[in-house]
Each structure stands twice: as structure tokens, then as C-alpha cells.
Design a protein around this ligand. Structure first.
Ligand code: LER
Ligand code: MN
Length: 277
């Protein structure tokens, strides 16, 4: 049986943009390095499913005893500009195809696909219009994902990156409105530090919707390098009886190796004590 709480590291393709917010790039090497540091799995930050060969991926994971925690999709937006709130039929068709392929991949690896910045902007239109476009796309993708045992997880993202669904509260409102069983919430404590009235309190308040969590300190460096209170966060996770992945999504600073090591060294003792019988 797997541990209640597991630690993952977000990684991306060798040529991913800086906005992938990952420490390690290049899949094979990153999986090996993450294992050596004590991570249980990796999260793939992808712009397209064809960035990775599923057969090779299986081999690398088996060799290292690692798992895929989830597929994140910030790069779909950052690289292609396509988004759920796009009105143009051609763009909607393209992003649907991209997400179908990512859902197919997640059916074999992790069963979770994130909706990050790809949910899109409101821009100079009304929020109602953007929300309608978002929900229309969401219904289609969740129906497709549901048949494959995959969940879509919505990540509230701070206002300086996107103008739609910034706080956890806003995310939960949409989850209620959508009423889709495989549509869940994925808080990122970096964004919560900017947008939410509290981190621990909001996690506890919305526990029933939470399927996955991104961790970074207040400055987006490794936990322990900023002023976020991680003891309080782990106490909240305990109170919620959270079982699942915590995924480290941080800037590769001062350099990728140091950042990943700082994150692992800080977080593993919390996780070990959480997982003690
Ligand atoms: C973006 O800031 C972020 O946190 C990603 O996980 C989602 O695109
Ligand atoms: Mn995130």
C-alpha cells in the first residue's frame, strides 16, 4: 500500500520555457535525480503529449521505482496561447485536441490533469462570458476524462499571471457551479499566499474538494527559504486527513540542484512524521 502523503517534483522537457516553474529539465535525468533526493514521483509539466514517449517513460519510472503524480498544463498556455476562454472555434478545437491527448497520457500515468493558466483570461470581456466558455470546455473535457478514469484539477493562480480564478474560494465556487464529479481543486500555496485570506484555514475549509497540492515558499523558492509557515500547512493537512500528493513547484534558484535539495531536505521530515503509523 502506498504512503498516505507522497512527495513529487515538477519537471519539464529539456527545452521548456522558464515559466514552466520547474527545477529540473529533461525527463530521464530529472526522474533519476528526483529519486536520488528522496521524491516518490514527478509531475510532468507538458505543452503537448507528444513531448514524451510513453514506452520510454514507463521504463524510466520502473527502473527508479517512481510514479507520475500528475500532468500539469501551464505550458499549453505559455507556449501556444490557447485557452479554455478563447472564443475562436479553431483555437477551441486545438486546445481540446491537446487536452484529449494529455488525458490519454494521464489515463496511464497519474490519472490527474491540471487546469492552470490554460483556463485562460477574461481580458476586456465580461466574467460571465469567460465563465461560460470555460464551463463549456470543462464539460467536454471532463466527460472525455471520466471515461478514462482521469480527474481534472483546477489550480487557482495569482492575479499577476491570470485574471480568472485567482483564489481558492473562487475555484470552489466554480466547482460547485460545474457540479462535475471528476472536477476537483488543486491549491498552490504560493498563489494562496497572495490571494487567499489564510492558507491553512482555507485548505481546511475546502478540504472535500482538494485532490492535489503544489508547494513553494512565499518567494517561490524551496520551502524553508521564505516566510510561509509550513508547520501550519502540515498541521492543516493532518486535520483534513489529506491523502495524496504534495508537489514541489519552485524556481530553479540559486541553481536547480540546490533548489531541489533544499526542498527535499525541508519537506521530507514533515512527510515522514505525517506518514508515521
Ligand atoms: C502557475 O503559476 C502555476 O502555478 C502552475 O502550476 C499552473 O500553470
Ligand atoms: Mn502551481
Amino acid at each position: 500500500m502506498s504512503k498516505p502523503l507522497r512527495l513529487s517534483l515538477a519537471i519539464a522537457a529539456a527545452e521548456a520555457l522558464p515559466s514552466a516553474f520547474v527545477v529540473f529539465r529533461g525527463f530521464e535525468d530529472s526522474i533519476r535525480k528526483a529519486r536520488a533526493l528522496g521524491f516518490d514521483g514527478v509531475e510532468l509539466a507538458l505543452k503537448h503529449a507528444d513531448e514524451i514517449d510513453p514506452g520510454l517513460l514507463s521504463g524510466w519510472l520502473n527502473e527508479e521505482g517512481m510514479e507520475i503524480s500528475a500532468i500539469s498544463t501551464g505550458q499549453v498556455y505559455a507556449e501556444t496561447g490557447f485557452m479554455f476562454t478563447d472564443e475562436r472555434p479553431e483555437a477551441r478545437k486545438k486546445i481540446k485536441e491537446i487536452f484529449y491527448a494529455l488525458i490519454d497520457l494521464a489515463a496511464d500515468f497519474g490519472q490527474l490533469v491540471n487546469i492552470g493558466r490554460a483556463r485562460g483570461q477574461i481580458g476586456d470581456r465580461s466574467r460571465e462570458l469567460a465563465k461560460g466558455l470555460f464551463l463549456d470546455m470543462l464539460q467536454d473535457l471532463c466527460a472525455y476524462a471520466g471515461k478514462k478514469g482521469v480527474k481534472l484539477i483546477l489550480e487557482p493562480v495569482n492575479r499577476y499571471e491570470i485574471d480568472f480564478i485567482n483564489s481558492v474560494e473562487e475555484g470552489v465556487e466554480l466547482i460547485h457551479e460545474a457540479g462535475i464529479s471528476n472536477f476537483k481543486l488543486m491549491p498552490d500555496v504560493f498563489h494562496m499566499n497572495i490571494e487567499d485570506r489564510g492558507i491553512a484555514s482555507e485548505l481546511i475549509r475546502h478540504a472535500e474538494h482538494i485532490e492535489y497540492v503544489h508547494l513553494a515558499d512565499s518567494n517561490r523558492l524551496a520551502p524553508g527559504q521564505g516566510h510561509t509557515d509550513f508547520q501550519e500547512i502540515f498541521d492543516a493537512l493532518q486535520e483534513m486527513n489529506y491523502k495524496g500528493w504534495l508537489s514541489l513547484e519552485i524556481l530553479p534558484k540559486p541553481d536547480p540542484e540546490t533548489a531541489a535539495q533544499q526542498g527535499a531536505e525541508f519537506l521530507l521530515p514533515f512527510i515522514q512524521s505525517f506518514n508515521q503509523p
